[in-house]
Design a binder for this molecule. Structure first.
Ligand code: T5A
Length: 216
């Protein structure tokens, strides 16, 4: 796809700080008048939010792994069509809270689905739109769940799989980040401000100079 925008994705396990850091990045970009938008997955569109409600039902609700993946990809197809592609075509920075790596880590490694099938189906759903940069916020699972507890967030169906399962997902993220120069691992165990600084430094280095000269 020819576009002038920049596609930036924040990834990581539950409570890693993706939403917090997406907001901080948005504020930083707004101060520099860098045109950007934020979206989350699953969700980000009307149909995506409806699918999110099904997927993140209470723990114990059974959904076959293949159904889970296809629902996530159905939501992603709408997100790319309605939000990501238009943002990139406008020349904006698109900040997404989760994307393809979530499916590879949770459905591929966590649920044991064939990673090549996950990649192929994802390419179909997204029209092969790929992030320019993915930042994996890395944190021990127990620390992420403790943050969620402190914030009073109830466990959803996927988080209900428990710590051992989520540790596999964390390891999958670390493996996926290894050797891919479009994916960077960020230590998310530091304070919000320190993690924010590390993220901004990485984004500043990766974002073409032209974004700092444009006026959104
Ligand atoms: N899923 C999703 C799949 O299985 N496959 C897929 O393909 C996709 C797209 C989504 C679920 O769907 C699954 C994965 C997930 O299980 P969700 O609720 O959108 O669920 O995602 P979560 O990761 O569960 O959302 P969280 O909000 O819990 O995590 P965040 O966004 O990483 O964390 P955040 O920023 O909300 O922070 C959580 C708390 O920690 C504090 C914050 O203030 C907040 O209270 N915090 C910090 N505290 C101390 N130090 C820091 N550095 C902190 N940063 C944040």
């Amino acid at each position: 796809m020819s576009s002038r925008g920049f596609f930036l994705v924040l990834e990581g396990i539950e409570g890693a700080g993706k939403t917090t850091q997406a907001r901080l990045l948005s504020r930083w970009m707004a101060e520099r008048r860098i045109a950007h938008c934020i979206g989350r997955e699953p969700g980000g569109t009307r149909v995506g939010e409806a699918i999110r409600d099904i997927l993140l039902d209470a723990p114990g609700t059974e959904i076959p792994a293949e159904t889970e993946l296809l629902l996530l990809l159905a939501a992603r197809a709408a997100f790319v069509h309605d939000v990501v592609r238009p943002a990139l075509m406008r020349g904006d920075v698109m900040i997404a809270d989760r994307f393809e790596l979530s499916s590879l880590a949770y459905q591929g490694c966590g649920r044991g689905l064939d990673p090549d099938a996950v990649r192929a189906l994802n390419a179909f759903a997204t029209g092969a739109v790929r992030p320019d940069l993915t930042l994996v916020l890395d944190l021990p699972v127990a620390a992420g769940l403790a943050r969620q507890n402190r914030a009073g967030k109830a466990r959803d169906r996927i988080e209900g799989e428990g710590e051992v399962w989520l540790e596999r997902v964390r390891e999958a993220y670390r493996t996926l980040a290894d050797g891919d120069d479009r994916v960077r691992l960020i230590d998310a165990s530091a304070s919000e401000a320190d993690v924010g600084r590390a993220i901004r430094k990485t984004v500043e280095d990766a974002l073409p100079e032209s974004f700092f000269r444009r006026r959104g």
